[in-house]
Write a protein that binds this ligand. Structure first.
Ligand code: CUA
Length: 151
């Protein structure tokens, strides 16, 4: 009998917790960020923004890196930005899911076909950083990297 009572209490608590989560997500709009930008992986070459990967100066100490990913390379493969600048990476993949990771920084994300991924990073220390793919994408996965020079 006691077991039954505890089971009912446990199940009741789970239902209450799910109810609270559901209420927060739907009624209060506390779900994960839903801002999504779509891109056709087949049409990146002719995309107004992604057809020309590169580093662009946006303004005072602000840079944008338009980056495309494909097995097994990042474009551009060499990026140079000033120390302390705010760098926004806008990334799209032409084929499969790739990962983007710059060790010893907060820059770590996935790039999924069909979506533009955006991440902003400030490099506070000059030096050479390596960007690697950390999502298995095929036989050349371990070769997929780019360099970021901060000066
Ligand atoms: Cu690209 Cu692993």
């Amino acid at each position: 009998k006691m077991e039954e009572i505890w089971m009912i209490i446990a199940v009741g608590l789970i239902i209450i917790a799910m109810g609270i989560t559901g209420y927060q997500a739907f009624a209060m709009g506390m779900g994960p960020p839903s801002h999504q930008e779509h891109i056709d992986p087949q049409a990146i070459e002719s995309h107004p923004e992604f057809s020309e990967p590169g580093v662009y100066e946006l303004g005072d100490n602000q840079y944008e890196v338009i980056m495309t990913l494909q097995a097994f390379e990042f474009q551009p493969g060499e990026i140079t930005v000033p120390e302390g600048a705010e760098v926004t990476f806008r990334m799209a993949t032409k084929d499969v899911v790739h990962g983007v990771n710059v060790p010893h920084t907060n820059l770590n994300t996935m790039v999924v076909p069909g979506f533009i991924q955006e991440i902003t990073q400030t490099f506070h220390e000059a030096g050479e950083y390596i960007m690697v793919c950390n999502e298995y994408c095929g036989v050349g996965h371990h070769m997929m990297s780019a360099t970021i020079t901060v000066e």
